[in-house]
Design a protein around this ligand. Structure first.
Ligand SMILES: Cc1ncc(COP(=O)(O)O)c(C=O)c1O
Length: 305
C-alpha cells in the first residue's frame, strides 16, 4: 500500500490503514480508480489516472501531488509489489480533518493506493467458462445514481454494492440500471454494450454513466470489425431498454472482465441465447490489446526493484 499520510510504500499488511478522521472514511468524500496489472504491465494506466483526476475535480478534492508524481508512485508501487497479474486501486480523499461534515478542516488531501494480486491468473481470455457460456443479467431493483454522481467514480458505491447483491440473489452475474426515461445506463461495476440485429455496436453514451476506460477502448478497437465487414457501425449513443431487448448481442465491459457476453436478460434470451460472434471477437481484441497493445496503453514497471 502507498499512503501520502505515512509518506511512503507500506509492505506490512497490518500497517495498511487509513486514518479514521479522513473525510473519505466518515463522510464518503473520496474518489478512486482501478487499473489492471496484466502480465507485468499496467493496462490503460493513463486513462484511469485521468479519470481519477476528473472525478476528484468534480468532488472538489485536491491532490497532494502532481499527476506526474501520482503516476510515478503507482508505477513504483506495482514494482515493489512484484505482482504480475491483478489490479492497482487508488484513492484521492479530502484527507484527515476534524470529523465535521464541512471539508474545511481537511487541509491536506490524501492519496492512497493498494496492489491486489489476482492469484497469478491473467484476465479471462478465450476458453474461460464465462466467455464460452455467457452470463445472466437482471434489471436492477436498486435505484440508480443521479447522473451527477454516476459520472464520477466516488467511494459512494452503496447503490452499486446493493445492485450487485440484488443480482446475485436473483441468480444473475450482475444487474443493469435502466433510467426513468427507459434508457439503458450501466452495470454496478461495468458498462454495457449491444449489437443490433443490423450489426451496429452501441455503447450507452457516457453522459449519465461512468465513462468506462474499457468501453472507450472497445469503441477505439471495434472499427476494425467494421472494416472486416462483421459490424456495420460503432457508436456511443443513447439506447432504450426496449430497443436493447431486441438486440442480437449484449455484453458487460469493464476492467477485470474485460468483456462478458450476456446471454439472458430478465429471464429472456438475448438474441438466440448463445454467445455472439461480435462479443467473442471484441473479447479477443481486448485480451490481445492487454498483451501486445501500443505503448500508451501498456505501461511497463521494473519487476527487479
Ligand atoms: C459504475 C461503473 N461503470 C462502469 C465501469 C467500467 O469502467 P472501466 O472500464 O474503466 O473499469 C466501472 C468500473 O470501474 C464502474 O464502477
Amino acid at each position: 500500500m502507498y499512503s501520502s499520510v505515512v509518506g511512503g510504500i507500506i509492505l506490512d499488511p497490518s500497517m495498511m490503514v487509513i486514518p479514521i478522521d479522513d473525510h473519505m472514511v466518515h463522510r464518503g468524500h473520496g474518489v478512486f480508480d482501478t487499473a489492471m496489472i496484466s502480465d507485468g504491465y499496467l493496462y490503460e494506466l493513463d486513462s484511469h489516472l485521468d479519470r481519477l483526476l476528473i472525478s476528484a475535480a468534480k468532488a472538489k478534492i485536491g491532490s497532494p501531488f502532481s499527476r506526474e508524481t501520482l503516476r510515478a508512485i503507482l508505477v513504483q508501487m506495482a514494482a515493489a509489489s512484484k505482482c504480475r497479474n491483478g489490479s492497482i486501486k487508488y484513492w484521492l480523499s479530502a484527507g484527515p480533518g476534524d470529523f465535521l461534515l464541512s471539508p474545511k478542516g481537511c487541509t491536506d488531501p490524501a492519496f492512497y493506493a493498494v496492489v491486489i494480486a489476482s492469484g497469478g491468473a491473467p484476465a479471462p481470455a478465450a476458453g474461460h467458462p464465462r466467455l464460452r457460456e455467457g452470463v445472466r443479467a437482471v434489471t436492477s431493483a436498486v435505484p440508480m445514481k443521479h447522473p451527477f454522481f454516476a459520472a464520477m467514480k466516488s467511494v459512494n458505491y452503496l447503490p452499486n454494492a446493493l445492485a450487485m447483491a440484488d443480482a446475485e440473489e436473483r441468480g444473475a452475474y450482475a444487474s443493469v440500471w435502466v433510467d426513468d426515461a427507459g434508457g439503458v445506463a450501466e452495470g454496478p461495476m461495468m458498462n454495457v454494450a449491444f449489437v443490433t440485429r443490423g450489426g451496429d455496436l452501441v455503447v450507452p453514451a457516457f453522459d449519465r454513466v461512468l465513462s468506462g476506460c474499457t468501453a472507450k477502448r472497445v469503441l477505439a478497437l471495434a472499427p476494425r470489425l467494421v472494416d472486416a465487414g462483421v459490424l456495420r457501425s460503432v457508436a456511443a449513443v443513447g439506447i432504450s431498454a426496449a430497443e436493447a431487448r431486441r438486440c442480437a448481442e449484449m455484453m458487460f465491459v469493464g476492467s477485470g472482465l474485460p468483456l462478458l457476453p450476456v446471454v439472458e436478460w430478465d429471464g429472456q434470451p438475448v438474441g438466440d441465447g448463445k454467445v455472439g460472434k461480435v462479443a467473442l471477437a471484441l473479447s479477443d481484441m481486448l485480451c490481445e490489446d492487454m498483451k501486445t497493445g501500443p505503448e500508451r496503453v501498456l505501461v511497463p514497471y521494473d519487476q527487479t526493484s
